[in-house]
Design a protein around this ligand. Sequence first.
Ligand code: HEC
Length: 125
Amino acid sequence: MMIVGSCNDCHTAGFAPSDGKVPEKDWLLGSGPLGYRGPWGTTYAPNLRVTAGGMTEDQWVKFSKELKSRPPMPWFNLNQWAESDLRALYQYIKHLGPVGEPAQAYLPPDKTPKPPYVQWPAAPK
Ligand code: HEC
């Protein structure tokens, strides 16, 4: 499914470094060990099968339209998706199979994450 291509970059462990060669059965299970560290702290791309697994399709649509999250999630793009696309995405995630484990928990800025993590440069002063 084309529309999840860019989501895999972050929400699928190892996707970008392997040139996208991760089997579909492992898609959207979360960023795994990889954290995204910046002024906001360290975020981990959640396992979207867990997220969608705990919601009805209607709840998913509302959640996606109202989502505001920390970087680097492009939540403002997801907010703009057509309802039909969000419903298709929900069905797609559901069909991927076993939900797996939740991603690692967010760490506040004063906590140093275990590697690997991507360090964002501080904003220019
Ligand atoms: C550049 C990396 C990146 C990309 C690309 C990305 N995400 Fe995310 N996403 C994240 C991170 C990191 C979080 C967690 C942010 C936080 O902890 O506040 C997140 C959070 C989410 C959440 C909230 C999940 C929850 O359980 O709270 C949803 C839903 C989501 N992303 C969907 C998507 C979809 C759909 C796409 C593709 C259209 C996508 N994301 C693309 C990094 C990304």
